[in-house]
Unconditional design. Structure first.
Length: 260
């Protein structure tokens, strides 16, 4: 019997009474989804490093060194969303992984920061957690949802819930691509809306690849600075075969589509 079971149960009850508790939450960067889905488990920081599993770690070396070995070897969950502004704001594209409630009662689960305010309490589990226990993968916007569908296939687990995220950074909220191979085979137009007005940045660019990931073109994109949050990008002189289109917004890969 887990010695912390009673304390964990009491914490869950308090969270349910005070907040809209939906289950244990882990947040990560979109770029980590591929390894999580491929491996089939949510792994701890220590396990990822020990097995050369690539992942986006938002902490620097000094911060990592200040974390105890116990915490490093555990997967970490929160009971309440929007609980760690500093860490979440460092993620390029934050994503929530919502797990089934029974994960909380794992025999190796313990409370962390048990004396903290309720919304900052964490749950540590000293073993990988299988993604078969996933209830939802939650995105902040339609653009991130569409990218996940393109990369991993459509999935009933995907949800878009903007209210669960901080929105202090600029990013692409939604987009659509207009392409008609019968009328204009060599051109398409990207329409997108941003979270805030866009400023020019040297890291705005798109790239075209063939389907074998050979780079065909890199093009910088300049925007007229205004209060608008709606933009168009025209891509012309397309080759006569399908291409992968990738769009970087402030240096963050935000759109991946196959055209043609």
């Amino acid at each position: 019997m887990n010695e912390d079971h009673e304390q964990i149960s009491e914490t869950v009850k308090r969270v349910k009474d005070k907040y809209n508790f939906i289950g244990p939450l882990h947040f990560t960067d979109f770029s980590n989804l591929n390894s999580i889905i491929s491996i089939g488990y949510l792994c701890s920081r220590s396990l990822c490093y020990a097995n050369n599993i690539e992942f986006e770690d938002v902490l620097d070396e000094e911060e990592i060194n200040n974390i105890s070995d116990k915490v490093k070897r555990c997967t970490r969950f929160y009971f309440v969303e929007k609980n760690n502004y500093n860490i979440m704001n460092r993620l390029n594209i934050p994503v929530y992984l919502l797990f089934n409630e029974d994960v909380i009662y794992n025999d190796l689960a313990v409370l962390f920061n048990a004396d903290a305010v309720l919304e900052n309490m964490e749950l540590l589990i000293d073993e990988p957690v299988p993604i078969i226990k996933l209830k939802n993968i939650i995105f902040r916007c339609n653009a991130d949802y569409k990218r996940a569908c393109n990369l991993f296939g459509k999935n009933k687990l995907y949800k878009v819930q903007p209210e669960m995220f901080f929105h202090d950074k600029n990013y692409i909220r939604d987009y659509n691509i207009v392409y008609d191979s019968l009328l204009h085979k060599d051109v398409f137009i990207l329409h997108f809306s941003s979270n805030m007005p866009v400023k020019n940045d040297s890291k705005h660019e798109y790239r075209l690849y063939d389907l074998n990931d050979n780079l065909l073109r890199i093009a910088k994109v300049n925007f007229l600075e205004s209060k608008s949050t709606d933009f168009n990008v025209e891509v012309n002189n397309l080759p006569d075969f399908p291409v992968k289109f990738k769009f970087w917004f402030y240096g963050i890969l935000s759109i991946e589509e196959i055209i043609g």
